[in-house]
Design a protein around this ligand. Structure first.
Ligand code: SF4
Length: 472
């Protein structure tokens, strides 16, 4: 058992078990993990004034920061454990190495210090204290906001140490037992390297949390009402289900109807059209003069939109290879220059609507327009041209899918990305690689990815329009 298992265990018991005993061939490489590692190193490097070295020798030499050290020890009489401290920071004191000692430090993404950070520090302090023969009173949580390094000191008191020892006992028990159940909170799965493996099992077993809109709380409520899997849900009477969903107040019948239809679609593989909305009529009409598809790639941690991609569609019958795609790079976050280009494009075809998938693009355009001091009237008319296909498809269709992300919906429609196994976080990973290496190959990959995202959005627009035509 080691500190990585502890980290996983706090997120999901099953993940800790799979990390320890799972078949590695089922695990998929996660860009999130890689991004976290790179960010972590950069911040540690800055915090230690570039004095970071690896391994035990670095401790003996008394360097300011030490990474890559693994320390084995005994937790209880017969439980062996190993810590992999993210960073050791030199401080005043006395240890086996001389007139100094080390404190454990962890990296934090975001604002909140969680149990994961506290337990990691407490676990490290137990084995590191024995190893360096010097007691550790505190640990550090290091983070970065707006390019400023922040440090929080955490006092590792008795209570916290006791708590972590109890968690470690449960972890040990878990690792020795059978594979735990899939977590109820499936949001955690979106960035997990075992997602594919667990998704397969969830679908086979008819997990209710596979149904869009059903989270852990609604799933428990349904289970207590005798609806324990998707099959039972799909065959349930909508009205009777509505009675059981009183927590949704006025929306209970509407919710019940969507859950049942979503479960039916998921099992049958057939989409269900919601006919009482006429939004797709609008789409056909509005796109007839031509339209743009707009998609942004960004690094949310640095609030940096590094690529704005526009696809121009004169009409739906144009061959894909003849469509004009314009990528606008914003490499140095020199907003004004790229923003002007964007507004120029948008104003060159004032009648054209701008199709996008999700809220991000519209919000970004409002900010761009404000930064360029456009008048309220101009901003209003610009914003009114934006059509969010994500919200539109949700209003007009129930699809046989687990979620309505761009990747899931367009893949179901048969769209294939030129590059395999891509995602927004993979694009962010390439962006970070580009910033470190300045190798243009990463930019090319990002641009190709963004172009494909635009084409995937186009595929969804075509589906909405085509099916409307069929109806008429
Ligand atoms: S995919 Fe979800 S259930 Fe499976 S290990 Fe990861 S977090 Fe746990």
């Amino acid at each position: 058992m080691n500190s990585l298992h502890l980290k996983s265990f706090i997120r999901c018991k099953r993940k800790a078990w799979l990390d320890f005993k799972g078949k590695k061939s089922y695990e998929v490489w996660s860009p999130h993990k890689a991004i976290e590692k790179i960010n972590q190193f950069q911040i540690f490097y800055e915090f230690c004034n570039s004095e970071i070295y690896t391994g035990l020798k670095a401790c003996k030499n008394g360097y300011q920061g030490v990474i890559g050290l693994k320390i084995k020890g005994n937790l209880f009489q017969n439980i062996n454990a190993e810590i992999h401290p993210q960073l050791l920071v030199k401080t005043q004191g006395k240890s086996i190495w001389g007139q100094y000692k080390y404190l454990p430090a962890v990296y934090k993404l975001g604002h909140k210090t969680t149990r994961e950070h506290l337990f990691d520090l407490a676990f490290s302090s137990v084995l590191l204290g024995t190893f360096q023969e010097s007691k550790i009173e505190k640990g550090l949580v290091i983070s970065s906001f707006d390019k400023q390094v922040n440090v929080e000191e955490i006092y590792l008191n008795k209570k916290l140490r006791k708590k972590v020892l109890n968690v470690l006992l449960s972890l040990n028990e878990c690792l020795e037992g059978f594979m735990p159940e899939i977590t109820q909170d499936r949001k955690k799965c979106t960035i997990c390297s075992w997602q594919k493996f667990c998704d397969k099992e969830a679908k086979e077993n008819g997990y209710l949390t596979d149904i869009d809109g059903i989270g852990s709380k609604t799933a428990s409520l349904l289970i207590t009402n005798g609806i324990s899997d998707t099959q039972t849900l799909a065959s349930h009477n909508e009205k009777q289900l509505g009675e059981k969903l009183s927590k949704f107040n006025d929306q209970k019948y509407e919710k019940a109807s969507v859950f049942v239809k979503q479960a039916q679609a998921y099992i049958s593989g057939e989409p269900h059209r919601i006919f009482n909305k006429n939004d797709t009529n609008d789409l056909l009409e509005k796109t007839s003069p031509g339209f743009y598809i707009f998609d942004i790639e960004s690094n949310p941690d640095n609030k940096h939109d590094f690529l704005y991609g526009f696809l121009e569609i004169n009409n739906l019958f144009t061959k894909k290879e003849d469509l004009i795609y314009r990528p606008i790079l914003n490499l140095k976050n020199n907003k004004r220059e790229s923003h002007k280009q964007i507004i120029e494009i948008l104003f060159s075809q004032k009648e054209w609507p701008v199709l996008h998938y999700g809220e991000t693009e519209k919000v970004a355009i409002i900010n761009i327009a404000k930064n360029l001091n456009l008048s309220f009237v101009e901003i209003d008319s610009l914003v009114s041209r934006f059509i969010d296909l994500h919200s539109l498809i949700r209003k007009s269709w129930i699809l046989p899918l687990k979620n309505y992300s761009l990747k899931t919906v367009s893949s179901w429609l048969g769209f294939e990305w030129m590059q395999k196994n891509v995602s927004g976080s993979k694009a962010l990973y390439w962006w970070i690689q580009y910033q470190i290496t300045e190798n243009e190959i990463f930019l090319k990959k990002i641009i190709q990815y963004n172009k494909d995202d635009c084409l995937a959005t186009l595929k969804i627009a075509e589906y909405l329009i085509k099916n409307q035509l069929k109806k008429n």
